[in-house]
Design a protein around this ligand. Structure first.
Ligand code: ATP
Ligand code: MG
Length: 321
């Protein structure tokens, strides 16, 4: 997996040995219906138990889970946390997480993506699976398995089509030869994911935006997290007027709720410069729906993929951050 000492193979963003406390915290930080978390973890466990024992002619498991949902609903966090929870369930220190960066697989313009994809799956990932149970994160999978039916040949080089073909071929080969491998893919733009990829997924789970109670819980947990560093912030959830803040964040996704808190810290210079953040507590009664809207208006993008729309127009876009 490493080509030189300490250097990760092409396309691998990060290698994490499991279990990992940070990933455990990440899993816990995502407020989601417990039944959905249980279903997700159950599917990952079955992958490493049942799958190795039952012939594929009986259960055609591919070892692939897809999380779909609007931007900022916690999919990538859950995928990483799931890797930890799976290793923990087996009480094993043999598991590892490989995070793939599809953007690093070479330029499709240069005709290199297809080979890079094949090398990544058939060498790097297969090698890892041979040395121990491996969970592979395919974040923003629409960039790797783009829907061929929606790609026009004028706008997209033929290599983009071939990259999707390569992913499908490699998934089939790996599913046959390595049962201790689990792919966890995410997409906020499932319409752009090739249907043959979706058809190979053992579970496609929709991660919904937070409901009313979840919005409140995310806000409160974010403030409690800050209170570990800035004690006075811990009083905010009990302060009068807090319920109107809760009302103001209704309908936002989890990322946006946390960003609102970050924006509030920076909105007034006196508050931003107050190292104890004592002044921050006094900011909250000002949090009317209009105020929250003002903090958020430039970034509201629910239902629109940051990357997906670009993808359909042209595969060779650059990440804008
Ligand atoms: N349900 C939630 N509960 C708590 N925090 C959340 C929730 N959803 C999102 N967040 C927070 O929002 C941030 C973004 O989460 P994450 O990157 O996992 O979202 P995503 O669904 O992968 O987004 P995208 O589709 O844009 O990649 C993280 O800081 C995460 O903690
Ligand atoms: Mg994500």
């Amino acid at each position: 997996m490493t080509s030189m000492a300490g250097e990760l193979a092409k396309g691998v963003n990060r290698l994490v040995n499991l279990p990992n406390q940070d990933l455990s915290d990440l899993w816990d930080s995502i407020v989601l219906d417990q039944a959905l978390k249980d279903q997700l973890l159950g599917q990952a466990i079955v992958n490493f138990t049942v799958r190795g024992l039952v012939p594929r002619s009986v259960l055609p498991l591919h070892g692939t889970i897809l999380l779909v949902g609007e931007p900022g609903t916690g999919k990538s966090s859950l995928a990483r946390g799931l890797a930890h929870k799976t290793a923990e369930a087996f009480d094993s220190s043999d598991f590892r997480l490989l995070e793939i960066d599809p953007h690093a697989l070479g330029s499709s313009m240069m005709g290199r993506t297809q080979k890079a994809v094949s090398d990544l799956f058939s060498q790097t990932i297969a090698e890892s699976a041979m040395s121990g149970p491996t969970i592979v994160l395919l974040d923003e999978v629409e960039t790797l398995a783009a829907d061929r039916s929606k790609l026009s040949l004028q706008a997209n080089p033929i290599d983009v089509h071939r990259a999707t073909d390569a992913v499908l071929v490699q998934l089939d080969l790996l599913a046959e030869s390595h049962k201790n491998l689990l792919f966890v893919a995410t997409s906020n733009f499932p319409q752009a994911v090739d249907s043959a990829f979706i058809s190979r997924c053992d579970l496609v789970l929709n991660i919904p935006p937070p409901n009313k109670n979840a919005c409140k819980q995310i806000l409160v947990e974010c403030l409690h997290g800050l209170a570990n560093t800035f004690k006075s912030i811990g009083k905010i959830p009990n302060a009068s007027g807090f319920e109107s803040v809760v009302d103001a964040v209704q309908g936002l996704d989890g990322r946006a709720i946390r960003k609102v808190v970050a924006s509030a810290l920076a909105l007034r210079r006196e508050v931003a410069a107050d190292s104890n953040m004592a002044a921050h507590a006094s900011e909250f009664p000002r949090w009317t729906p209009g105020y929250v809207k003002r903090l958020l208006s430039p970034r509201q993008s629910r239902g629109i993929s940051r990357y997906g729309l670009n993808l359909v127009n042209s595969y060779s876009y650059h990440r804008s951050g």
